[in-house]
Design a protein around this ligand. Sequence first.
Ligand code: TLP
Length: 345
Amino acid sequence: MKKTIDLRSDTVTQPTPEMREAMARAEVGDDVYGEDPTINRLEALGAEMVGKDAAVFVPTGTMGNQVSIMARANRGDEIIVESNAHIFMYEAGGPAVLSGVQIRTVPGTRGAMDPEDVKAAIREDDIHCPRTALICMENTHNRSGGCVLPLENMRAIYELAKAQGIAVHLDGARVFNAAAALGVDVKQITKFADSVQFCLSKGLCAPVGSLVAGPKDFIERARRARKVLGGGMRQAGILAAAGIVALEKMTKRLAEDHEKAKRLAQGLASVPGLDIDMSTVQTNMVLVGTKGAGMDASGFAALMERRGVLFNPSTKYKVRMVTHNDVGFDDIDEAIRRVKEALSA
Ligand code: TLP
């Protein structure tokens, strides 16, 4: 049996042995009473790492984004989001369902909105118009293939939002990948947002969980919103214990996943028919165009699934491959070999 090489997402990562040990030993309590010492430790650590006053532990990145919107917006408000953002594309209409807000999209270049476009999208104070309650950015940007938002772009958007008294939220599901790619402390990124959601369960390998961090009063509202959504967990310190390992240890190894993505991209770029824009291979994702190989993305994914290499279509003619802790450099070489074999057959 050939080994399956799973490049569908970094969400498929298994918790590390150190995480499992920490989970088994975790001291726990009822977190709805604020009595889980391990969750309290994770929240304090997470807040400190991203330079915010407080944090709240949530089960998923989606819930993290949604409670952030709920804590900022009133019904009938509008939020500004990049047109390919996860919040707009993949959260099942959550902002409309949960917060009663409408989304105003602004196009991006590799996820980065033009500050002039953002400025133009902010509503006037007019009885006819919705109120602009929040501006969201996403770093790294998933649908552009894990591209990193330039810090200057984030700064410009943050400053114009501040000038108008509008809050900024960062969907930082993979913000530690962005920090690793830029070679900066993550605070250099999160300082351009009032709140940030970051995932422990993706490249950082925890089985479950995200943190939302921001000012104290905002986190109190987010905690209440989490309760509304049924996300008030009890002895979830078992999960937070893995999250602590994720933050303390796994944030330091992400550059290795980026090296694997580069190696994968370089290997596949030489395969006739496949098309890769190397300048977008900045973190742990590779977008591969399939049109030249006479296949659409789902055809290519199905072909390779039969050969034990898993990845997902991203658009009609592009697949997304994601590197992570559970694929080694040898797996990357093997995946390239299997693709070459499949396309020459
Ligand atoms: N992304 C998943 C899928 O939902 C697409 C993936 O495999 O990449 N923000 C961003 C930028 C994300 O990429 C994701 C997950 C989330 C939020 C949501 O996190 P979860 O899956 O924990 O709800």
